[in-house]
Design a protein around this ligand. Structure first.
Ligand code: HEC
Length: 249
């Protein structure tokens, strides 16, 4: 017959009190106790909460927690945003600080409805400045040789697979079938003249069939990639047509 003392002797887990001879209980009450616990466990299953039903507040949804019944609340007055203030609109969004005051990163596309629709393939009669009126046309920080090198490295990692090493839109992914629509060539007039803020917008929010790269490429690297794209564009332009494209603040 199994007994607590025997167990305690052979037990090496050191559970102490639980298996000590002092808690010796006759067999039938023990059985009753077990049944009782099992019964209680059965009852508690009614209290379980599934993952899809989490006690969290969802923006704009009603809430019984707050007195005013609204789940979304403005931060308490005096709250200091740490790390996500993003007050520098030009740097973080590529948008002119003078244009609008919303601070959001929604693309302004006068020719088409949204960034998910087919992007305009030509500038029509509008100049690039009119097509992207909200986008900055200068880099938000000076472009050094190091910045350009970093941009080249990041470009080769993130963009060249589709846009090609020289930016003609003939990267390996495009050659293997991503061709409807094909990745844009940077050596077309519209993109040569497009403000740098437009490139920032494309990388940040995506453009037509192209996915957004905001989650993979930090803000500063995005600007450096654009500097490298400008260098690529310059490299493919006939000597006489070259204009100063590398302007920065
Ligand atoms: C998975 C393939 C792919 C990758 C990677 C990619 N692109 Fe694109 N890109 C596209 C495609 C496809 C288009 C054309 C989208 C359309 O017209 O619908 C495009 C278009 C563009 C345009 C032109 C937007 C316009 O005004 O017409 C720019 C600029 C651009 N990409 C920049 C970049 C940069 C910078 C990177 C690297 C961070 C990058 N792309 C990485 C596929 C890619």
């Amino acid at each position: 017959m199994w007994s607590f003392r025997k167990k305690a002797d052979t037990e090496t887990r050191g559970d102490g009190e639980l298996f000590s001879p002092r808690c010796r209980v006759p067999a039938s009450p023990r059985l009753l106790l077990l049944l009782l616990i099992a019964h209680c466990l059965l009852l508690t299953t009614a209290c379980r909460r599934d993952m899809q039903d989490q006690p969290k507040a969802i923006a704009y949804r009603q809430s019984t927690f707050f007195k005013d019944g609204v789940a979304a609340h403005a931060p308490v007055e005096g709250t200091v945003p740490r790390g996500y203030l993003r007050a520098d609109r030009e740097f973080y969004f590529g948008k002119k600080s003078s244009y609008g005051n919303t601070g959001n990163s929604q693309p302004v596309m006068p020719l088409t409805g949204s960034s998910t629709s087919q992007a305009p393939s030509s500038g029509a009669n509008l100049g690039p400045a009119a097509m992207y009126p909200d986008d900055v046309d200068t880099f938000p920080f000076p472009i050094t040789k190091e910045a350009l090198d970093r941009g080249q490295e990041r470009y080769n990692i993130f963009c060249s697979v589709c846009h090609g090493a020289t930016g003609y839109g003939d990267g390996m992914v495009a050659r293997r079938g991503f061709s409807k629509p094909a990745p844009a060539s940077y050596h077309q007039d519209r993109l040569r003249q497009a403000p740098v803020g437009h490139f920032f917008d494309v990388m940040t929010n995506g453009w037509g069939a192209m996915p957004a790269y905001a989650s993979q490429i930090p803000v500063e690297d995005r600007w450096k990639i654009i500097a490298y794209i400008r260098a690529l564009q310059l490299s493919q332009m006939p000597q006489g047509e070259r204009q100063p494209m590398m302007t920065s603040k």
